[in-house]
Design a protein around this ligand. Structure first.
Ligand SMILES: C[S@@+](CC[C@H](N)C(=O)[O-])C[C@H]1O[C@@H](n2cnc3c(N)ncnc32)[C@H](O)[C@@H]1O
Length: 276
């Protein structure tokens, strides 16, 4: 297959700006090869050889258009795993135990949920923690990538991924789908509602009164001012007493008048004041 020429600096800057304006993600100079390869692969599928020509086609259509949906999926980093940062999940477990009162519904939100490992981890944790309490729970899981969400909804994972869980958890929450693949049980899948949300457009989403907002490994791709803006929007969506759990080191000097930091060196989390 014939390889495409290198993107020139002007073309690179155009693609960088388009991606950052529409998704918030910054592709730095060091990741130019990644951008070029991902865009180039898509162009070859379309039989195109001119970056400018493809760029013009992409911007002709709104961000909801099919081509943009496909391209965003190629350009986002979707790496994830079950219980990726154990200490953060421990924090959520403690919070759920404290919140559990009979008849209450606890709402959790996985922001930037990728292919589903994170929201299903939250669902397993909530089920373990709340099953005997008379508490109900629901998980909302959102991402910008439509193909990642489609995969997440199916809840089918490779044996290698499921092996990272304890034997008891794997046996309790997964069934064999086909050789080498396991599916999350329907009872747990039913607790998770997946939907497409761009975190740059949180104003359009109706989620409020969240008891847990879990947002990890998403903000790291954004500029610092944008990370803070998004956290401000997420803070508004918390219920009084709810927690916002971010990845360690993903934001350094952010604070919000209605939130107080959770004292725990192993995690980065904030709790909404009850009177806030
Ligand atoms: C590295 S994954 C993190 C997955 C999971 N949160 C974790 O920590 O394992 C980052 C996810 O953020 C999503 N993403 C990137 N930009 C986004 C945006 N503007 N709005 C919503 N999701 C976005 C990507 O599609 C990707 O699935």
């Amino acid at each position: 297959m014939q390889s495409l020429p290198d993107m020139d600096q002007h073309q690179f800057a155009q693609w960088q700006a388009l991606l950052e304006n529409r998704t918030g993600m910054r592709i730095t100079e060091q990741r130019k090869v990644f951008l070029q390869t991902s865009v180039g692969m898509r162009m070859r599928e379309l039989g195109l050889s001119d970056y400018q020509n493809y760029y013009d086609q992409v911007i002709e259509h709104p961000p909801g258009g099919m081509e943009w949906v496909l391209l965003v999926d190629r350009l986002t980093v979707q790496e994830t795993s079950f219980f990726r940062h154990p200490a953060s999940f421990e924090l959520v477990r403690d919070h759920l135990s404290q919140q559990a009162t009979k008849g209450k519904t606890i709402e959790l939100w996985s922001v930037g949920c990728s292919t589903g490992e994170e929201p299903y981890s939250l669902a397993m944790l909530a089920q373990d923690t709340l099953s005997d309490t008379g508490c109900y729970f629901g998980i909302t899981a959102t991402d910008i990538s439509v193909p990642a969400l489609a995969k997440a909804r199916q809840g089918i994972f490779s044996e290698r991924k499921v092996e990272a869980l304890s034997r008891e958890r794997a046996a309790q929450y997964f069934t064999l789908h086909e050789k080498g693949q396991y599916q999350v049980i329907a009872e747990l899948r039913d607790r998770v509602c997946f939907s497409q949300v761009n975190v740059l457009e949180l104003g359009k989403t109706p989620m409020y009164g969240m008891d847990v907002i879990y947002c990890q490994n998403l903000l790291i791709y954004f500029r610092r001012w944008r990370r803070k803006e998004i956290l401000n929007r997420l803070a508004e969506r918390l219920a009084p007493g709810g927690i916002l759990v971010v990845g360690l080191g993903e934001v350094v000097d952010w604070c919000h008048p209605d939130l107080e930091p959770v004292e725990d060196n192993a995690t980065l989390a904030f709790r909404k004041r009850v009177s806030g």
